[in-house]
Design a protein around this ligand. Structure first.
Ligand code: HEC
Ligand code: HEC
Length: 162
């Protein structure tokens, strides 16, 4: 009895650890980032791009993937600091390390969906699937990752729309 309790405890804490370890929710939260950067799409996990990418993106918001996403200077500064503090370099988790490892030292991609890490992770998704009306583009993370808004990209939470 005592032994099975110990095993149960180990199993439960193991599961909790695995969950926390794979979450891509930023360690801190920021209301301005949440509001401004989810106005047109979901707020992407800061840990999936390096600091240099976020700085570059935040310096060019007036032409952001064909749209004007510009902000007042103070808001832009606050959001930049938040993104940098939670970037791949600072997040330090397993996935962030993989993202960084797959990038050249000067590479500063603006798309998570074009990083070598992303492409490898999504190898099994065929080109026709990305174009399905309910998906549209690889940038539409939450079309398939049911927990994306909460930073949960666990494989148990993937449902690819038909
Ligand atoms: C006015 C609308 C708008 C706002 C506001 C906006 N974005 Fe975007 N963003 C877009 C569009 C459009 C795309 C391209 C989406 C696609 O390819 O499907 C995009 C793409 C992105 C991508 C690349 C996604 C990929 O392919 O991996 C990132 C990262 C991103 N935005 C970050 C931000 C951040 C950070 C903010 C807040 C400072 C922000 N966006 C605010 C419109 C916006
Ligand atoms: C067409 C549906 C689809 C879209 C859209 C999509 N993904 Fe995925 N994602 C998948 C599939 C399928 C896998 C592979 C799961 C596996 O191999 O177990 C995956 C794997 C992942 C993983 C690794 C999960 C793990 O632990 O094995 C991460 C992280 C991830 N995606 C993030 C993203 C992000 C961020 C976006 C948006 C920029 C995105 N995905 C867009 C379907 C999608």
């Amino acid at each position: 009895m005592k032994q099975s309790l110990i095993i149960l405890t180990l199993l439960l804490s193991g599961a909790a650890w695995a969950d926390g370890n794979t979450s891509l929710a930023p360690a801190t939260s920021n209301l301005k980032w949440k509001n401004e950067c989810s106005a047109c799409h979901m707020a992407y996990p800061p840990a999936l791009l390096p600091e240099r990418s976020w700085r570059k993106m935040m310096a060019g918001l007036e032409s952001h993937f064909g749209q004007d996403a510009s902000l007042d200077a103070l808001t832009a500064k606050e959001i930049t600091a938040f993104l940098v503090n939670n970037s791949a370099e600072r997040a330090g988790n397993k996935r962030a390390k993989k993202v960084l490892g797959a990038l050249g030292p000067d590479e500063a991609p603006l798309r998570i969906s074009e990083t070598a890490w992303f492409v490898r992770e999504h190898e099994e998704v065929s080109p026709q699937v990305w174009k399905r009306p309910k998906i549209g583009s690889p940038a539409n993370c939450n079309a398939c990752h049911q927990g994306a808004e909460q930073g949960n990209y666990s494989e148990h939470q993937i449902r690819i729309p038909r």
